[in-house]
Each structure stands twice: as C-alpha cells, then as structure tokens.
Write a protein that binds this ligand. Structure first.
Ligand code: SF4
Length: 382
C-alpha cells in the first residue's frame, strides 16, 4: 500500500506530542450517527476508540466495500437508463473492479479481501443484489414517483447533533417512505412477525428526516450536487442525464416536504423488500433514548475495553484492528503508546503531501496477514 509519508520524519514526534486524546473524544461526540452509536454499543468499544476517537484508518473491510459499491450503483439506477437488469449488473462489475484497481483515482482505499475467493464471492453477491434491485424497482422508476436519493441529512435528538445518509426518501401511494438498502443481512424468516420496533435506527431516522425536511438544508444539498455534476461529468450526454435527475429531485423535494400523511420504512434486501409503518411508538423512542444514554455514559467515562475473550482472542476474522489491538497497551498513557506505535512503523500519519497537522488521522499499515490488495495484475490474471 503506497501510504508512505513524504514529510520530515523527525517532525512525527512533534505531531504525537500535540496529539490530545481527550480533545479527540470530545470531537467524536460533536456529531453523532446511528452507526457511530452502534459501533460502540453493539460491536466493540475498543474498536470505537481506534476508529472513531484516535481515527486510525484501516482499509475498507470487504463487507463495507461491497455495501458501498452496491449503494453507489443503486444510486446510478435512478440517474441513468439501463437496457435491462443484466446490463445494470455488468456495469456494477466494472465499477467494483475499477475502484479496486485504481483506488487513488477515486481517492479511497481499496477494499480488503482475505482471499481471492472472498473477493469473487463479494463481487458475485453484489452483482446478484443489483440485478434484483433492478427487477424490484424498475416499475417504480417508470412511474416517476417523487424521490430523493442518497441524501445526507442533519438534525438533533436530545440536544445532540446527528447526521445520517438516507438511501431514499420518496412518496408512494400517499405515504412518505424512508428506504434503507441492506447488503449484509437477509430479511427475517418470519416476515409476518417482523417489525422495526427492535431497532433504534428507524425512530431515529424518522425524527431526523422530519426535522430535516423542514429546514433549508435539502435545497443546499441538492444545489451542491448539481454543481458537482456540472463540474465532474465531462461527457455532455451523461452530464445532462445526471442534471435531469437532480432537477427531478428538486421538484420531488417540494412535494415530499408538503406531505404530512403517514410514513413507512422499507428495507430492501437482496432477495426482496420488507416494509412497515413507522409512526414512532413511545416504546421505540424510549429504546432509542436508552441506547443514546448508554453510549454517552460509556464514552464520558472513557470505557474502551476489548471485547471480552471467550477462551481465545477470536475477533481477528472480522476486525482489521486485530494485530494493533493485541499490541496496544492500554495501561500506558495513550500519547506515549501512539508514539511507540509510530516509531515502530505500526501506524503512520496518513498525510502524504505535507507535514501533518496535530489531530489528523493515522493509518494502520501493519497487518499480521499481508493485506490482499488486488492490483491490476491480479485482476487481469483472473
Ligand atoms: S480485535 Fe477485537 S477487541 Fe480488538 S478492536 Fe477489534 S473487535 Fe475489538
């Protein structure tokens, strides 16, 4: 991985000396998101510390890479007309491979796959997902329902600032819909019994969406998108298509915003979709409130333990911080510990063009298993 710092290495100690973990903890609470909260409350508190407080970057894990690619491709579905599901799926393959081949061009890390089998299985899974997505949504696309796609939204809950990215907000059959595309899990087996009350994500998204629609942020977001499309797409035909879609979203916004009727939340899984009404019950909001309180309590008391060990230290299959986690000594002062890790080349400061400023992200580069970054040769060789 070409992430070697080109600035004066003697400056690294200055950088580390100015590193302030307490300030970073406060900073991590400045803007919250559902995934930030659950990465602490449901995944691993130590991981939260590495990822969200110290901001030590790792390559995109395979599931994350797949999800990100699928979401980006589903967005294109609304903007560009594809001949059929197959051509839509084939374009997905191209985009999936392109970023992996040329991550620097896209400005993002490549995905991390532990084996070529994992790589090809992810690719095929994504392909089948987008093919199904096409079949499920093509009728709706033809109906031109008011629709906002991939909207970054901001709002407040219990006095804390939140942000989220909504896959879709639309209006269909007289109902406002908030759609979330799931690429990791499968729909519940007992679909009749399934509801959304078990997750705090939905009440949070409903609260934030309602607030957000009433502010002037949506116009600003769409205007920004229009500007980017106009600048970035060089081919006039493609650019016009995208601009048309943004204009359609601007019109949709007015209609969706005026609508005050009932809402539904829909989850779109690879296989099919699952939807439910999302009037927020007192019970659902209480669960959301409790989760937020637990999160804040944990962070404010600096509670960042490792996942409990069950016989052996067994998180390495799904966490790329595994090696760092084993070597990180939490009895030490965090700044000293970071200094040691940087000196040993286990992590580096990730700015490549200039001397880093204090508090900039670090990158973890030393993995126990050499990361498999499929480069041009290996892709072509397949
Ligand atoms: S290796 Fe395990 S304990 Fe360490 S950060 Fe990752 S999930 Fe948490």
């Amino acid at each position: 991985m070409k992430m070697i710092a080109s600035y004066d290495p003697t400056k690294i100690q200055d950088y580390i000396a100015a590193f302030d973990p307490e300030a970073l903890i406060r900073q991590s609470l400045r803007r919250l998101s559902y995934s930030k909260i659950t990465s602490y409350t449901k995944r691993c508190r130590r991981r939260y510390f590495f990822q969200r407080v110290l901001r030590i970057k790792i390559p995109d894990e395979s599931y994350f890479y797949l999800g990100e690619r699928v979401h980006a491709h589903c967005q294109r579905f609304w903007e560009v007309d594809y001949q059929d599901a197959e051509s839509f799926a084939n374009q997905f393959v191209i985009h999936f491979l392109q970023r992996q081949k040329d991550p620097l061009k896209s400005g993002r890390n490549p995905g991390f796959f532990r084996s070529k089998q994992e790589f090809w299985a992810s690719l095929n899974r994504g392909k089948s997902h987008v093919r199904n997505f096409y079949d499920m949504r093509i009728q709706e696309k033809r109906e031109h329902n008011p629709r906002l796609i991939e909207m970054p939204i901001k709002g407040e809950y219990k006095g804390h600032k939140f942000e989220a990215r909504l896959d879709e907000i639309s209006l269909k059959d007289g109902k406002r819909r908030i759609i979330d595309i799931k690429t990791i899990r499968h729909p519940p087996k007992d679909r009749e019994a399934a509801n959304f009350s078990g997750s705090e994500q939905y009440p949070l998204y409903v609260i934030l969406t309602k607030q957000w629609l009433l502010t002037s942020d949506p116009e600003r977001t769409l205007e920004e998108r229009r500007r980017k499309v106009a600048e970035e797409y060089k081919t006039p035909k493609v650019r016009d298509k995208h601009l048309e879609e943004v204009a359609r979203m601007m019109d949709s916004l007015k209609v969706i915003r005026q609508h005050t009727g009932p809402s539904t939340f829909e989850l779109i899984f690879p296989e099919n979709s699952l939807q439910a009404d999302i009037d927020i019950t007192a019970e659902a909001e209480a669960a959301l409130s409790d989760t937020l309180d637990a999160f804040l309590k944990g962070i404010n008391s600096r509670d960042f333990p490792r996942k409990p060990l069950t016989g052996r230290f067994n998180c390495h299959n799904d966490c790329l911080y595994f090696d760092l986690c084993r070597t990180f000594d939490d009895t030490q002062d965090t700044r000293k510990e970071l200094s040691r890790l940087v000196e040993q080349g286990i992590i580096i400061v990730s700015s490549r063009k200039r001397a880093p400023k204090p508090g900039e992200p670090l990158t973890y580069i030393q993995a126990q298993h050499e990361p498999l970054f499929l480069g041009q040769d290996s892709i072509v060789a397949e």
